[in-house]
Write a new protein. Structure first.
Length: 426
């Protein structure tokens, strides 16, 4: 394989939260094509509009060597492809590699001798070479590590985070041969100011990514379980965590709903692979069970408090403040707020969902929810603060109380308000 940075033309597959910022940075250095099957998304980006809010119009306009397209044929001249499509789970909590397989199929149609395909999508160890590479070989008719090569460099994008950006997050890289590994590492060093870590193999890089979020998931599960215990003991969880946090090596995790495209999904990729080789991952699955049950737990606590206050539960009005999976971000992927909403529906409760960050059409498309424009004053029997948007913090307790009936319950899942201002904290 002969390739240097001077003749690289880059094709990035998937213009979402991961692919777009990557395309913008690479577009400052080499000819880059951003490809997506969503025609509307491509039209928006071509006009300088990013609905994910990861890149500003000014940033998109300033990159001279970046072009967006939904025409696969235009990628034929690319020599390196980077795949940044989603890797979700299905309704049975099994890995859904359909987007990855479809992307590999598309690349296979235009793959040429000497090309390199780099995957960034989070997968279980072995998936790149066991699932994706055979698709590339079958469609292209080319041989792996003879005609074309592969790399894996796991994404580390944190949606909505304006401090930790693609360029200042250290990047793990890998390649299918030592020479390719060096090339992939050099390619990313072109844009990653924080530096790179070259893993010894694609499998090591895949495994490194999958345990990053699995570790966080298990730690949050522990704190969620502690919050359930402390609630029964009538102890405020946040006060306990703040006291324990005075020790230098205590990890500052908080309880809550564990959603999003990573933490609530990635562990299932690892447990799937572990079970396929005959090992049952007790701790990881126990953590997942706890975290997946927090929506139901939240509603059970709310209903108990409403009953104690003699508020009729059935046909009551509840306001959900926040739908996105995290604060100050429009990302709805795998939000666990939906678990709270579905559980409330089981009690025949009337629900208003308010989220200034969330696009109404996206909420309806993803979950069939019609968001309210503004909460209605003096209308709610209960309010649940589910996402810590800055707008909710700025509202303060007085404005939030003004939305409630005389007898009401305020449940603060995010410790946004003071302990003495709310009825329940997680």
């Amino acid at each position: 394989m002969e390739m240097n940075m001077d003749n690289v033309t880059l094709g990035i597959i998937g213009m979402g939260y991961v692919g777009l910022p990557l395309a913008v940075e690479f577009g400052k250095h080499v000819q880059t094509l951003g490809y997506d099957i969503d025609k509307t998304r491509i039209e928006e980006l071509s006009k300088g509009v990013d609905r994910t809010l990861e890149c500003s119009s000014e940033e998109l306009a300033s990159v001279n060597s970046l072009f967006f397209t939904d025409n696969l044929d235009l990628l034929k001249e690319c020599s390196v492809y980077i795949v940044t499509v989603p890797t979700p789970i299905d309704e049975h909590k099994q890995p859904d590699l359909t987007p990855l397989i479809k992307a590999s199929n598309s690349i296979g149609k235009i793959l040429k001798s000497g090309d390199i395909v780099i995957y960034e999508s989070t997968v279980y160890p072995g998936a790149t070479e066991e699932v994706c590479i055979p698709v590339l070989e079958q469609i292209s008719g080319l041989k792996y590590n003879i005609d074309f090569f592969a790399g894996y460099s796991p994404e580390r994008i944190n949606p909505g985070d304006k401090l930790h950006r693609v360029t200042n997050i250290l990047k793990v890289t890998s390649g299918s041969t030592p020479e390719v590994a060096c090339f992939v590492d050099e390619l990313y060093r072109m844009i990653i100011e924080a530096g790179t870590h070259k893993a010894s193999s694609i499998k090591v890089a895949e495994a490194a990514k999958i345990i990053e979020n699995t570790q966080r998931d298990v730690n949050i599960a522990l704190i969620n379980e502690l919050s359930i215990i402390f609630n029964r003991l009538d102890i405020d969880t946040l006060e306990v965590l703040e006291a324990a946090g005075t020790k230098w090596n205590f990890l500052p995790f908080r309880p809550g709903l564990v959603g999003g495209h990573c933490i609530g999904v990635d562990p299932y990729y690892l447990t799937h692979k572990a079970q396929s080789v005959g090992y049952h991952p007790d701790m990881i699955l126990a953590g997942r069970k706890i975290n997946d049950g927090m929506g139901a737990y939240t509603v059970s606590q709310l209903v108990k408090k409403m009953i104690k206050k003699k508020i009729q539960v059935e046909n009551s009005n509840v306001l959900i403040m926040g739908l996105t999976f995290k604060e100050n971000c429009p990302d709805l992927r795998n939000t666990k707020v939906i678990d709270v909403i579905r559980e409330l529906e089981e009690y025949n409760i009337n629900i208003d969902v308010y989220d200034p960050w969330c696009a109404k059409n996206e909420a309806y498309k993803e979950y069939g929810l019609s968001l309210c424009d503004e909460p209605k004053p003096e209308s709610y029997d209960a309010v649940i603060i589910t996402v810590a948007h800055d707008e909710f913090r700025e509202m303060g307790i007085d404005m939030i109380r003004s939305l409630c009936k005389k007898s009401h319950v305020i449940y603060d899942l995010k410790y946004l308000l003071n302990k003495n201002e709310v009825d329940i904290r997680l």
